[in-house]
Design a protein around this ligand. Sequence first.
Ligand code: SAM
Length: 279
Amino acid sequence: MSAIDALPPLREVINTHGLVARKSLGQNFLLDLNLTAKIARQAGDLSGMDVLEIGPGPGGLTRGLLAEGARRVLAIEKDRRCLPALEEVAAAYPGRLQVIEGDALEIDPLAHLTPPIAICANLPYNVGTELLVRWLTPPDWPPFWDSLTLMFQREVAERIVAQPGSKAYGRLAVLAQWRCDARIVLSLPPSAFTPPPKVSSAVVHLRALPEPRYSADPKLLEKVVATAFNQRRKMLRAALKGLAPDIEERLRSVGIAPTDRAEQVPLEGFCALARTFEG
Ligand code: SAM
């Protein structure tokens, strides 16, 4: 199971370092190194790339990323109990792993990374969506990263890749698909993790497009989409009436029926509607 490197198997690592999983930190560890190497491979060719990993824990995915040839890995971990285990990984891959202890929501990783950059992580469920939204809404596009390869609860993964007309389609789908190609590349049952979570998980791979699929001001698009899905069961003429008194005309002018609901509107429609608010 640990044939990808000369380090001890992960079960031994968590026993040696007393890494009893903490629910408050979203700790569901991957202990099968064949699986972590497989997840790392979903990120594509990592040679010549810096990889940002959030929440390395005992280092299973970190080892996968290094064994698969990442030029460097920068790992941000909040739980200091994991640091000795990660030091052992760093020693086995000299000069290729830097670990920062801290909260990924508060640390700016950019100073420690050199492009091209990939982000790959088995994210803690409590901060996963927030981190994704931050990575998808940088001040400038293209972003600092080329691709995101991220483990989420299955339900969140489905919201990212959802198509119009489905219940899962919402703000996350529009944000992700407007400027990225997004697909689910791997599905994992609860039994893949220690301890097993209550729900299934999936890995989503997002590749940043050089430019948005349709032009729109990011802030206006975000506002229109958030308002529309905030009351997703209402017709758009009611859900969006706070945005402009002439919202029905605006909707019709871009080919959207005012009686439609948010989940029926494709990405292109939201972008066209956002453009009516420009200037
Ligand atoms: N990558 C490891 C694996 O696959 O086995 C662990 C994944 S576990 C789902 C999430 C990890 O994120 C834990 O190690 C946890 O301590 C860490 N974590 C939780 N909240 C964090 C935060 N705000 N910033 C950085 N790391 C965090």
